[in-house]
Design a protein around this ligand. Structure first.
Ligand SMILES: [Zn+2]
Length: 519
């Protein structure tokens, strides 16, 4: 399947691109143990962000890009403490924090991978979430990637070359992403002629990898995650590399495990002494919640009927007596089975598996929260949203969006408009929220507002051209006088649309100018 290749190819092209850039500079080592990463000159943060935006706007349009609010919230519950710790340690300065996107993108891909892109965008494959056994392990990978960004590794590599390089690099990455839709073409391009360059790059990147390990370890520990997660993640990667399992572990290709890295990791843990008691939430329950999220990643990663049937069969084998002292493994199997059953439209099965989990959720708010969302999801799929109780834990993104889907399904667009209008006022970059709002407003006959919300969802995903087309359509509609609105509210809607249309035009003009300069 070409999808499995596309982002792997993306990671690979980074290796190649950086190889070309770093050939001129040999890594410089200081006398101490800390690697000195060549020149300290950096690509300005604003230029790196522009490059990142270009790449991100393509990823948003890639069918492999996945906005799953439940997994998104879970990733954020790990990501935000890491950001806070990086800030407190001085790794993340004010300028970088303001300039960069700091966005974690979920990629529908079953291979194990995570990668940092320019401008503070991070990619996480579903396969990584599915395979790690704790939030601490996931935190160790995210902290490592975060540190690549805060240590400005990307910009340092790019800055040595001419001013054109950012543009050339973006073009290469985007071209490669397009080519990777045809897996053979992508592989041929990667294999062809660049092997030596990649080898040179790996020498250089070793120091960066060690720095990202060192900084990432500190960030993760300060954020309150179990340091042991760092070690067990390393063990996993080591095992995979021994098995030569590179096909399913593209992470190993971009992050080769060297004896230095392994030695550093072991030394660091010994230095730290025995691990303190877990602070990553509700003790053993955190493992159960993690197992459920990993299970979700498995279901979303392979929607084929055969795969869903297999997961359902596995869940049915979990003994019902297990509920009181539920093991993470069984919780994961039940969650995956329930979600798989819902997708297979076996709604009774889905509900009974969820009920089995609910018995075990007593006393664990995070587990109860996850199951409440799962129940609602199952009810929506079964066409039973009308009978579903309103969510109790209603202020997470997943809750807001899922409740809105439920309300839309049963014809309560007014509730959705009220909820989402207030949500997008504080989360203006939430494309999915804008889309749901557009649907609700459309159902209420508020055509102008619906078109505007649709346009804003395109802005949120950096597709300014599509946004401009929609704002223009809204303006045409206003001029034709065919819109249903009238009086003061129509006047306000109209002036918002005119203002936003002008702003987007301006953005597009600046973008065109910038592209000319970058060339
Ligand atoms: Zn790395």
């Amino acid at each position: 399947m070409p999808l499995a290749h596309s982002l792997y190819a993306l990671a690979a092209i980074f290796l190649i691109a950086f190889a070309g850039l770093s050939q001129a500079q040999a890594p410089v080592r200081s006398g101490g143990s800390l690697p000195v990463l060549g020149d300290t000159s950096e690509l300005p943060a604003s230029a790196e962000r522009r490059l990142g935006d270009r790449i991100a706007s393509s990823i948003y349009r890639d069918p492999d890009y996945l906005d799953d609010p439940v997994l998104g919230d879970y990733l954020q519950s790990i990501w935000q403490p890491l950001m806070t710790a990086a800030r407190a340690r001085g790794e993340l300065g004010v300028e970088l924090e303001e300039r960069f996107a700091w966005e974690v993108m979920l990629i529908r891909n079953r291979t194990i991978n995570a990668f940092a892109l320019p401008g503070g965008y991070l990619g996480v494959h579903l396969g990584l979430i599915a395979v790690v056994e704790s939030r601490d392990e996931l935190a160790s990978v995210l902290a490592h990637e975060l540190s690549h960004v805060t240590q400005r590794h990307i910009s340092r590599l790019m800055s040595k070359q001419s001013q054109q390089m950012p543009w050339v690099l973006a073009a290469m990455i985007l071209g490669m992403m397009a080519a990777s839709k045809n897996a053979d073409a992508a592989n041929a391009a990667i294999a062809g002629g660049q092997a030596i360059a990649v080898q040179n790059q790996l020498n250089f990147s070793r120091d960066m990898e060690r720095e990202a390990d060192r900084v990432g370890f500190g960030v993760m520990a300060d954020a309150g995650f179990e340091k042991q997660g760092f070690a067990t993640m390393f063990d996993k990667l080591q095992q995979a590399s021994r098995l030569n399992d590179n096909g399913s572990y593209p992470y190993l290709r971009s992050h080769p495990l060297t004896t230095e890295r392994i030695g550093d990791a072991k030394g660091r843990l010994q230095l730290e002494g025995p691990a303190p008691p877990s602070v990553s939430g509700e003790g053993g329950r955190a493992r159960v919640v993690h197992a459920m999220m990993a299970a979700r990643a498995r279901v979303l990663g392979d929607a084929s009927v055969d795969a869903l049937r297999l997961l359902l069969a596995e869940a049915q084998r979990v003994p019902s007596s297990a509920a009181e002292s539920l093991k993470p493994r069984d919780a994961g199997a039940l969650y995956a089975g329930a979600l798989a059953a819902a997708r297979l439209r076996e709604h009774t099965q889905a509900r009974s598996l969820t009920d089995k989990l609910k018995t075990a959720a007593a006393g664990s708010p995070s587990m109860a929260n996850a199951l409440e969302l799962l129940s609602l999801e199952i009810d929506i799929a079964a066409g039973r949203a009308a009978q579903a109780p309103k969510l109790v834990t209603g202020n997470s993104r997943a809750a807001v969006l899922l409740q809105s889907q439920a309300d839309l399904a049963v014809g309560r667009p007014q509730d959705v408009s009220d909820r989402l209008q207030s949500w997008v006022s504080t989360h203006p970059k939430d494309a999915m929220a804008w889309q749901l709002l557009a649907t609700a407003q459309g159902q209420q006959g508020q055509t102008l507002r619906a078109i505007r919300a649709d346009a804003e969802s395109r802005v949120a995903q950096l597709d300014y051209g599509a946004a401009r087309d929609r704002f223009k359509a809204a303006q045409d509609l206003m001029r034709s006088g065919r819109d249903t609105g009238s009086g003061a509210s129509a006047h306000i809607d109209g002036s918002i649309i005119d203002t936003r249309a002008r702003e987007i035009d301006q953005l597009l003009r600046e973008q065109a100018l910038q592209e000319k300069l970058d060339r």
